[in-house]
Design a protein around this ligand. Structure first.
Ligand code: SF4
Ligand code: MG
Length: 332
């Protein structure tokens, strides 16, 4: 299928006293049209920095030291920031964790959404308002036409996130990036928002990049996952394969906190991984996960593991990835 976004060999550092701290290294992934990829990891693993790099939203202290981000045949990292930002409002839609930061409290939602159609598509006042009502209806807000005159604070948290999604998809982007889109919401509303994102993704044949720390929330809408740890991708593959046969001990630890029904697989509850991710200024030698890994051997403390090909697009950066997926005792 048609490739939408390709990130290759991306590395991002932050200027700090005593040198540059690498926040991301060796980051490569792609998302096709009509497909959802989830970037998964703890906070600080680099998943949000990856999204910021794609959208030209990195802070000024960040330096992209290598890599390309190709979207629609263009290298976004080589474009002027202004051009990337323009693409971000039109061909790339964004949904963030906190809907209140994306909505302006002093304008009605009708004015805010109609504005998009007026400025970006040149629609007249009446047509823009019609288009705004349509898109509000599309995201499942009842009585859309009447609610155009309401202000953001007159909606519940879940409805506000629907409004943010409405703005993100209004101009029919080819790529939707959602960074922890449900974290601020309660559990039942989380599921509704994920259902909505999944439906819109299918209906519009969008590519979707989901950024999350919670495997359980995204399982049903995700095609593939890329698991991040300490600024690198440690496992990638089809969501069912990764759920059923994780090749990296870190992924197994993440799965331990997921209910058995998520992903359709049966998971023995595993002890949650002890310890903390490393300080990026002092990453361990060899495998960066070794201080926390219950399977660590001598080689892990000295040699950095390569991405081991486990077949069918599944890979993990662990010296023992093949043993991990092959050992039935680990998945009893
Ligand atoms: Fe654990 Fe070694 Fe694999 Fe790293 S390479 S995840 S330390 S077994
Ligand atoms: Mg984050």
């Amino acid at each position: 299928s048609e490739r939408c976004l390709t990130v290759s060999d991306l590395a991002v550092g932050f200027a700090a006293r005593g040198g540059t701290i690498l926040a991301l290294e060796d980051i490569s992934f792609h998302v096709d049209a009509g497909e959802t990829l989830s970037l998964l990891g703890e906070s600080g693993s680099g998943k949000s920095v990856s999204a910021q790099a794609i959208m030209a939203l990195l802070p000024d202290t960040a330096v992209v030291s290598s890599g390309t981000v190709r979207f629609d045949g263009k290298d976004l990292l080589a474009l002027p920031r202004r051009e990337t930002r323009r693409l971000c409002g039109t061909e790339m839609g964004m949904v963030f964790q906190d809907p209140l930061t994306a909505l302006n409290p002093v304008f009605t939602v009708g004015d805010q959404i109609a504005e998009l159609f007026r400025v970006r598509q040149g629609l007249g006042r009446r047509a823009a308002r019609e288009a705004a009502a349509d898109v509000i209806d599309t995201v499942g807000i009842p009585d859309a036409r009447r609610r155009l005159g309401n202000y953001p604070h007159q909606f519940s948290g879940g409805m506000r996130q629907r409004l943010v999604i409405a703005m993100a998809i209004a101009l029919k982007p080819r790529l939707l990036i959602a960074d922890e889109p449900t974290t601020a919401l309660d559990v039942t509303v989380q599921a509704q928002i994920m259902d909505l994102l999944g439906r819109l993704q299918r209906e519009h044949n969008m590519a979707m990049l989901l950024i999350t720390h919670d495997l359980g929330v995204v399982a049903d809408v995700t095609d593939r996952v890329a698991v991040m740890y300490s600024g690198r991708i440690v496992e990638t593959g089809d969501v069912r394969r990764v759920y059923d046969r994780p090749g990296h001990p870190y992924t197994r630890g993440l799965l331990a906190s997921v209910p058995a029904t998520a992903g359709g697989g049966k998971h023995q509850p595993l002890a949650t991984i002890g310890g903390l991710p490393p300080n990026p200024q002092r990453r361990p030698q060899g495998c960066t996960f070794h201080p926390r890994c219950p399977f660590a051997q001598d080689i892990c403390r000295t040699e950095r593991p390569p991405m081991v090909d486990l077949g069918n697009g599944h890979g993990a950066t662990c010296h023992f990835a093949r043993e991990m997926v092959a050992d039935d005792r680990l998945f009893a």
